[in-house]
Design a protein around this ligand. Structure first.
Ligand SMILES: [Zn+2]
Length: 270
């Protein structure tokens, strides 16, 4: 009798705790609609792009809509679990596909973002190094226009995501990227691309932050690339430029990972 009572109390408490857990904020977001390649968990959705950022752009006079971006899932943007964005999820899908499990790969990540860096550092076949001029928590404090700490042909892979639109002399930076990449290696090289933009917009005299926001889309951007010009500049320093789309990954994988069907991954090879 005593044992039965005790057992039923335990059951009740356990049921209560389970119910509380199930209705918790965390589980409310769990579901089967999406799968995060970063934390390898299933989610009902991802968090949307912050509304206040979009509002800030609109207020500045920026003429584009979020859906004009080639690679941006503003509706399913960051992961509830690991915080990774849609473009970083795309990089992971690509790296998992491209990296040979039985080989070690040296990867240099510029301006590392915690979620992606954490993922890369945990990959058993990756030797990760990070570089940035302004961030404190990096291995090497370097200007991407002058990567003097690195020898020629020293990395198998680099990730240069949303950096070149901040850099004054982007051709100099691209030449440095080409120099440090080993022959046969590749680099993920992404910048914001907006489909309606057909001519690159850059003006070194636009230094006012509100004007930069209006013309280039962010207060610390110095240009807004047109797609073809971005490709041409990368090719001009010697890179072979490859674009990977949904045709390379599959509609279902893009959908499940919260990546829009029109997203494009820019990869350079040496
Ligand atoms: Zn995640």
């Amino acid at each position: 009798m005593f044992n039965n009572l005790k057992r039923s109390t335990i059951y009740k408490l356990a049921a209560k705790a389970y119910h509380r857990f199930k209705s918790s904020k965390y589980l409310a977001k769990k579901g089967t609609g999406f799968y995060c390649p970063g934390c390898k968990k299933y989610w009902k959705n991802f968090k949307p792009f912050p509304q206040e950022w979009l509002q800030g752009l609109t207020n500045s006079g920026w003429p584009y809509k979020p859906e004009d971006a080639e690679t941006l899932n503003y509706e399913q943007y960051t992961c509830h679990g690991c915080g990774i964005t849609d473009r970083d999820r795309l990089y992971i899908l690509f790296l998992e596909k491209m990296l040979d499990r039985h080989k070690q790969h040296s990867i240099l990540e510029f301006a590392p973002r915690p979620a992606l860096s954490g993922f890369l550092k945990n990959m058993p076949n990756v030797m990760h190094r990070s570089s940035d001029l302004f961030m404190d928590e990096v291995d090497d404090k370097l200007d991407i226009q002058d990567l003097h700490l690195y020898n020629n042909n020293s990395f198998d892979v680099f990730i240069c995501s949303h950096i070149l639109e901040h850099v004054t002399d982007d051709l100099k930076a691209m030449k440095e990227l080409y120099r440090i990449l080993r022959p046969g290696g590749f680099g993920i090289t992404m910048v914001p691309i907006l489909e309606p933009v057909t001519e690159t917009r850059e003006d070194p005299f636009v230094t006012d932050t509100s004007l930069r926001l209006k013309y280039f889309g962010q207060a610390d951007h110095v240009r807004l690339y047109a797609k073809q010009e971005f490709i041409n500049r990368l090719a001009s320093v010697g890179f072979k430029v490859k674009l990977y789309t949904v045709d390379d990954f599959g509609k279902e994988l893009f959908q499940r990972s919260g990546i829009t069907q029109k997203s494009v991954l820019y990869v350079v090879e040496k």
